[in-house]
Ligand binder design. Structure first.
Ligand code: GTP
Ligand code: MG
Length: 377
């Protein structure tokens, strides 16, 4: 199995980015999407050497961008010393195969790149199990007779006729049984999380969520004085982190820092990360952190809201907070929205007051609820 995974890694590769513009889509949006893809590539450890955008009426079923264009891009990319083509959209197994043939380069799609990053970042057993499950589910429909890396590993690549089919069927069976085993492991982990959560019954909980790099961990640190890794990289946080923080005076809540979302997040990742994301669905309040200084903050906020809807988060429980106010002209920040700068601490007191209000922490009689369950740091 490892061969397959190694062949999909972006680390230390020289990557050339490819985007597709469809009718009605402004070119600058695709460029901004490629900027994000470049950030993803960087996070995955690749060096970006160039990019190209192709306009078409519709994706080409065989090669996504069209055969002629593929050859052209392959040549341009090879001239720049690229050894990997990164596509901003999802490709089928046969598209990858055809593109690799036409360009003589390795080809990876956006989902594979995101899975690669998650794989790099996952540390806990829970996160590793979730990432592996998502990866196997991604691979399963993409195993084709021509493009079966498992077969290649087993020495079966290039086999003819029935041999290849048999090998492919065997590969699929191996994947399916590994998927089942991982799902069972995750169910156990999820049950444990449920038990732990019940142990905190009566303690108000606030989950931080939002687009990747919005500043969730930085805000979490502000709210809880925790030393969680915050960095200018996508998906710095994969494990949900729990910690208590003061909301007002003597009273506290349990805060959860969670994995960030991104445009076109592979849906297998969302379903595989169900146990981690459970912190969001189970929380009394959800703080939706938006990097308001980002040129595409609206799209990012919509992406996060769509994932929350998918997870079944009740919108009533969501508070939207605009972060990075220090990077936004002051006049824009006086509009009645909740503005904070997790970096400078500006607006944090107002945010806490809003949290206290929404959690109903107004009266002294409620103070019994703020005894935090043992076992929480
Ligand atoms: N200027 C400024 N930078 C901020 C602010 N909040 C966070 N940052 C920076 O934004 C980057 C991302 O912050 P994180 O807290 O890691 O973001 P995150 O949402 O946890 O990201 P992931 O875990 O990767 O999804 C870091 O470089 C932070 O220093 C802010 O209020 N102002
Ligand atoms: Mg984080």
């Amino acid at each position: 199995m490892h061969n397959l995974e190694e062949s999909r890694f972006a680390r230390s590769r020289r990557a050339f980015l490819v985007g597709l513009v469809l009718p009605g889509q402004p070119g600058y949006v695709v460029e901004e999407h490629l900027d994000e893809l470049a950030q993803l590539a960087d996070t995955a450890g690749a060096v970006v050497v160039g990019r190209a955008v192709q306009s078409r009426k519709a994706p080409d079923p065989a090669t996504f961008i069209g055969g002629g264009k593929a050859e052209e891009i392959g040549e341009a990319a090879r001239e720049l010393g690229a050894d990997l083509l990164l596509f901003d959209d999802d490709l089928s197994g046969s598209q990858v195969k055809n593109l690799e043939e036409a360009t003589k380069l390795s080809v990876m799609d956006r989902s594979a790149l995101i899975l690669d990053i998650f794989d790099l970042r996952a540390q806990s057993r829970e996160a590793r199990t979730q990432v592996e499950l998502a990866r196997l589910k991604y691979m399963l429909p993409r195993l084709t007779r021509q493009w079966s890396h498992l077969s290649r590993q087993g020495g079966g690549f290039g086999q003819r006729g029935g041999e290849g089919e048999k090998q492919l069927e065997q590969d699929r069976r191996v994947l399916r049984s590994r998927i089942r085993r991982l799902e069972e492991d995750l169910e156990k982990i999820e049950r444990t999380r449920g038990v732990q959560r019940r142990g905190r019954d009566g303690v108000p909980s606030v989950a931080l969520t939002g687009y990747t790099n919005a500043g969730k961990s930085t805000l979490f640190n502000r709210l809880t004085s925790a030393g969680t890794l915050a960095e200018n990289r996508l998906f710095a946080t994969l494990d949900a982190k729990l910690r208590r923080g003061q909301v007002d005076g003597s009273r506290s809540a349990v805060f959860a820092d969670t994995v960030g979302f991104i445009r076109k997040l592979p849906h297998h990742l969302v379903s595989s990360f169900r146990s981690t994301l459970g912190e969001i669905t189970a929380a009394d309040l959800v703080l939706h952190v938006v990097d308001r200084s980002h040129p595409r903050w609206q799209e990012q906020a919509e992406v996060a809201e769509a994932v929350m809807d998918d997870l079944g988060v009740d919108r009533e429980r969501v508070i939207r907070v605009f972060n990075k106010s220090d990077l936004v002209p002051a006049e824009e920040t006086r509009n009645g929205d909740l503005w904070v700068s997790a970096a400078t601490g500006e607006g944090i007191a107002e945010l806490k007051a809003e949290l206290a209000k929404r959690l109903g922490l107004g009266g002294a009689t409620a103070s019994a609820a703020f005894e935090v369950a043992p076992g929480l740091c």
